[in-house]
Design a protein around this ligand. Structure first.
Ligand SMILES: [Zn+2]
Ligand SMILES: [Zn+2]
Length: 357
């Protein structure tokens, strides 16, 4: 692969010259050495873009992702390699937070960043608490959690907004049990037609555009409170590993539309009382479609349990832990059998009492 030289920026402490990194606790730049804080300049409004004016990939973008990029760490002078989509990382030699200068990003620039709300140490505590609340996790694992590699990363994502009007028609049914003279029960269905129009509004439907994570994975720790978003400044990402988008706004549209479609169907069905759906046709018109390019904070936990490798993600804003954790087969079996036992126990008791007659 070809290598390209790019310029990077860093922030130095005015007092002692040490490196500054973003501090989630105080939401500012912090100097580890002399403990000075520096406010992040964050002016200007976040303006949503019209989806009709979304930008396609161009040659500059293609060049950027097809090359490994080198920059000289301005702090220690080492050559630091960025791979494919990376725009920011910690210098592996001196730990300085480095970000490619914004003018060197190809394609569209991030509009908004949702800053990390807690640091790595607090992420580790949240992880323990989050996992303890999960019923399916083995007790052994809860009592003795293995050491984990924790990495804070910002994931590129597009947040889509739209107003929708849907026309629908379908057939639903209700089920009820009937008993014949011999006491045999059968289930009967009553079908009924439904139709109408349904309007809805969607804001910040998040679709990942990262090479590192899948939509199914981010669904495990969504949502983010987008009221906490900030106008993008590279100071928020200093010290973190960050990637540029790897799919364009247009390329992510099918994912956003499938999320919206699913939600519209659920909203329509909630209007009715029914036991099942025979069919439901929905045709939707989208209006006022907008998007924002977000960087969203994620903690990635990598560990081993019973010789198996696990990756668990945590929302870096809310602390929500996804379900990619060790699971106890026994507990799952119990959860499946419990409802059955509840039905069976009175019958068994009945039999026993009956036998005693
Ligand atoms: Zn300092
Ligand atoms: Zn360095």
């Amino acid at each position: 692969m070809e290598e390209k030289k790019v310029l990077s920026m860093q922030n130095k402490c005015a007092g002692c010259g040490a490196n500054l990194v973003f501090n989630p606790k105080s939401q500012d730049l912090f100097c580890d050495k002399c403990e000075a804080h520096y406010q992040i300049e964050n002016d200007g409004q976040i303006v949503l873009h019209d989806l009709t004016q979304s930008v396609q990939k161009d040659k500059k973008y293609d060049d950027f992702v097809s090359q490994n990029k080198m920059f000289k760490c301005p702090n220690c002078g080492a050559s630091v390699m960025l791979n494919q989509f990376e725009i920011s990382k910690k210098c592996p030699y001196c730990e300085a937070g480095l970000v490619i200068e914004e003018d060197n990003f190809p394609g569209i620039k991030p509009d908004a960043v949702i800053p990390f709300q807690f640091n790595k140490e607090d992420a580790a505590k949240n992880f323990v608490n989050g996992v303890k609340k999960k019923f399916f996790v083995p007790n052994k694992f809860k009592k003795n959690m293995p050491a984990s590699d924790i990495n804070g990363i910002y994931i590129p994502a597009f947040g889509y907004s739209a107003k929708t009007t849907s026309v629908y028609d379908g057939e639903l049914y209700e089920e009820h049990e009937t008993k014949d003279a011999d006491g045999n029960s059968t289930t009967e269905r009553t079908y009924f037609k439904v139709s109408g129009t349904h309007s809805a509004e969607f804001n910040d439907v998040m679709v990942e555009s990262s090479s590192k994570i899948t939509q199914a994975e981010i669904n495990g720790f969504l949502p983010y409170k987008t009221t906490g978003r900030k106008n993008y400044s590279n100071q928020y990402i200093l010290g973190y590993s960050v990637e540029h988008y790897n799919q364009t706004v247009q390329e992510c549209v099918p994912t956003y539309k499938s999320i919206v479609t699913k939600s519209i169907r659920a909203q329509i069905l909630r209007k009715y009382e029914y036991n099942g759906v025979n069919y439901l046709n929905v045709s939707t018109e989208y209006n006022d479609e907008k998007y924002l390019y977000y960087l969203i904070p994620v903690y990635k936990f990598e560990y081993e349990y019973k010789k198996k490798k696990y990756i668990t993600y945590m929302n870096g804003q809310t602390g929500r832990v996804d379900n990619n954790v060790p699971k106890s087969g026994l507990k799952i079996a119990f959860a499946i059998l419990l409802p059955l036992l509840i039905v069976l126990i009175p019958i068994i008791i009945g039999i026993i009492l009956g036998a005693g007659d």
